[in-house]
Design a protein. Structure first.
Length: 113
């Protein structure tokens, strides 16, 4: 229970920190579902902020559903690998959405299906 609260606190703090740096980002880019076409023109800080806002809660749900012993997402030193994954995915799949790639990234990271 304490570990779960610590993880939640960490992810919330990280989100707030990223949000402070992205004060120029609009809510559509932060919480919408960017198309891969739009993803390509989005700044790195907006991509990182969006990925954190999208993946952090999904990761918490994923962990509780799968009962993983290790939370690999929260141990990432940065979200650069997630940004790179979505960049590569969107480069090959212009008609898709960034969320599809983000979910694939999290599944591969955590061993999900």
């Amino acid at each position: 229970m304490k570990e779960g609260l610590n993880t939640l606190f960490f992810m919330t703090s990280l989100f707030v920190a990223f949000s402070l740096f992205a004060s120029h980002a609009n809510s559509q880019n932060l919480f919408g579902n960017l198309s891969c076409t739009n993803w390509k023109t989005t700044s790195k800080i907006e991509k990182t902020t969006w990925l954190n806002a999208f993946l952090a809660p999904l990761n918490l749900t994923h962990i509780s559903r799968k009962k993983l012993a290790e939370d690999k997402f929260s141990k990432l030193p940065s979200l650069d690998s997630a940004v790179d994954y979505v960049d590569n995915f969107c480069g090959l799949n212009e008609n898709e959405f960034a969320s599809v790639a983000a979910i694939q990234f999290l599944d591969k990271l955590t061993g999900g299906s």
